[in-house]
Design a protein around this ligand. Structure first.
Ligand SMILES: NC(=O)c1ccc[n+]([C@@H]2O[C@H](COP(=O)([O-])OP(=O)(O)OC[C@H]3O[C@@H](n4cnc5c(N)ncnc54)[C@H](O)[C@@H]3O)[C@@H](O)[C@H]2O)c1
Length: 388
């Protein structure tokens, strides 16, 4: 595992550059940063860059995702890690409260838990921080009047939208499908539910892998966009009935449920890439009388035998296929390097007082987006290089 962490760290070139700069500039000297983000190889790279910038870091992970080797790795380098891997929300909450008991000056939040807990039990000295996700933004935005401090939302950066949600999710869903099933993409009928940033990436990657892709979105504007991008946009049930592979990536619950059991083509594969495991209602599919039997038929594959003789395969029990399936790698290192460079620069701006209380739950400032984009391009085309 340490090999993987070292590989990820050495591949995060933007973070490495920022780390070298922070060693000189020390934006976080004398400050404590509390983090509540997944503890896995890519976040390790970010946490250690904050430490290079002079921060004392007190970290805890997220539900279900903490990797013990990542914890050992950062602990050995002087990071205070609270807690251990857990899927118990109460225990997870107690770890987060222990992070806040250290009275961090800055918070790096993922889902809004830390800022919400701070609001309920305030202490002096919190300068503000960053929030990684859309769900965190939706949770914290109504609390602006109470929070009144700079909180910069990374997911709302256009860079995060196109680099991670579109390109990286699309690639890693395709990679996960092939890794888990070892099945062909060419000539397969693939139906993608949801044509937001993630769905666009999923559709584009399967199209590039020679699948015939249909798109279903409840928003007619998105369906028009998919149509003009060259995808079929048939009626929903027709798209379900003709698919060899169905990918849900909408954020909405019960996109596929028991009503679809008699529509599914024999041997269809069901894959979810949306954040919550509710997009494919696994319990309803398995619990319906139409399903005679559900059993594991491969690593990360469950197969349902139906009364009509057909078989339906579900990958990763309906959890995010690129993060929850067997041997998950998640999104590409470079896409995370970009997102975490935004994180490091946003926390730096808050630490330096460059973001005011008016910037409470707002997108990444344009100047930071431009700086991170220019730095990435600079790595791709070093000054003096001839270009492609
Ligand atoms: N797997 C990953 O690594 C990863 C990474 C980032 C985001 N996500 C998750 O992927 C999901 C989609 O993210 P996004 O950024 O594309 O969101 P988005 O809001 O940009 O797009 C979602 C699309 O789904 C459509 N939609 C909603 N409900 C629908 C339904 N019942 N049927 C058909 N279409 C429906 C919406 O109209 C919208 O166009 C979210 O849950 C997000 O958290 C996953």
């Amino acid at each position: 595992m340490n090999d993987r962490i070292e590989w990820v760290r050495s591949s995060c070139q933007l973070l490495a550059r920022i780390g070298r700069e922070f060693e000189q500039t020390q934006p976080f000297r004398g400050l404590t940063i509390g983090t509540g983000i997944h503890l896995e190889p890519k976040t390790v790279a970010l946490i250690l860059v904050l430490q290079q910038g002079g921060a004392e870091v007190v970290a805890t992970g997220n539900l279900n995702t903490t990797q013990p080797a990542a914890v050992d790795y950062v602990r050995a380098r002087g990071i205070k890690v609270i807690g251990q891997p857990t899927s118990d929300p109460d225990q997870h909450g107690s770890y987060q409260r222990q992070v806040l008991a250290e009275k961090p000056d800055l918070l790096l939040d993922n889902g809004g838990d830390l800022f919400d807990l701070f609001r309920q039990n305030r202490y002096d000295g919190l300068l503000g921080g960053s929030e990684e996700t859309t769900s965190g933004r939706m949770r914290l935005a109504p609390l602006r009047d109470e929070l009144r401090m700079p909180i910069l939302v990374i997911n709302d950066s256009p860079i995060k939208q196109f680099a991670e949600n579109e390109h990286a999710v699309g690639q890693s869903v395709l990679e996960s499908y092939m890794r888990i099933t070892n099945r062909v993409t060419n000539g397969q009928c693939v139906t993608v539910f949801g044509y937001g940033a993630c769905g666009r990436g999923v559709a584009a990657n399967f199209k590039a892998a020679h699948s015939r892709v249909s798109v279903i979105d409840r928003d007619p504007v998105k369906r028009l966009q998919a149509h003009l991008d060259g995808y079929a946009t048939p009626a929903r049930d027709a798209a379900v009935a003709s698919a060899d592979l169905i990918v849900t990536v909408t954020g909405a619950p019960r996109v596929l449920d028991a009503r679809d059991l008699l529509l599914f083509k024999d041997r269809v594969l069901l894959v979810n890439a949306g954040h919550f495991p509710w997009e494919i209602d696994r319990a309803a599919l398995i619990g319906n009388p139409t399903t005679l039997e559900a059993k594991r038929t491969g690593d990360g594959i469950e197969s349902l035998r139906l009364t009509n003789g057909r078989v339906v395969h579900l990958l990763a029990e309906g959890h995010m296929v690129n993060l929850a399936g067997p041997r998950p790698l998640g999104n590409s290192i470079e896409s995370m390097d970009l997102g975490f460079a935004l994180q490091a620069r946003c926390l730096e701006a808050v630490a330096r007082g460059e973001a005011t209380a008016d910037a409470c739950v707002v997108p990444v400032p344009r100047a930071i987006d431009e700086r991170v984009a220019a730095a990435y391009l600079d790595l791709c085309y070093p000054p003096g290089s001839a270009g492609p």
